[in-house]
Design a protein. Structure first.
Length: 132
């Protein structure tokens, strides 16, 4: 019997980082579709979040992305009653304002430099940073 791979969405405007993260996640057993522009995701994949067409359990997003910040992406998903279980924002240079925003949204803030030491334990942890 084939194993069911868990699904995680990746948003980052840097193609090299996106590609590397997807490779890492795929090797860890995740299916990880990646997007450079949240608008494309909303227009193509997530036209109606209530049916959870993307099938994802988790979401990783860069904080600073043109044309939509990661925090705005999370706000829009919450407005659509998205059922993704856990969300984390990534940055290489967190400002206090961005950290405060992530905390207000109830999502995990990860430093890109520390990502690979903190990502796998976070993925395996139950609860926290839920939309529910």
């Amino acid at each position: 019997a084939a194993l069911t791979r868990r699904r995680l969405l990746v948003f980052d405007d840097c193609q090299e980082f996106r590609d590397f993260l997807v490779l890492l996640l795929n090797r860890a057993g995740w299916t990880a579709p990646a997007f450079d522009d949240p608008h494309a995701f909303f227009n193509d994949t997530c036209m109606n979040c209530t049916d959870h067409a993307c099938g994802a359990e988790l979401l990783l997003s860069d904080v600073t992305m043109p044309p939509m910040e990661g925090t705005e992406l999370v706000r829009r998903l919450k407005e659509r009653s998205c059922s993704i279980k856990k969300v984390a924002l990534l940055s290489g240079a967190w400002s206090q304002a961005a950290l405060d925003d992530a905390q207000t949204l109830g999502i995990k803030a990860l430093d890109k430099a520390e990502l690979f030491g903190s990502l796998i334990p976070w993925l395996e942890q139950d609860g926290s940073a839920s939309f529910e």
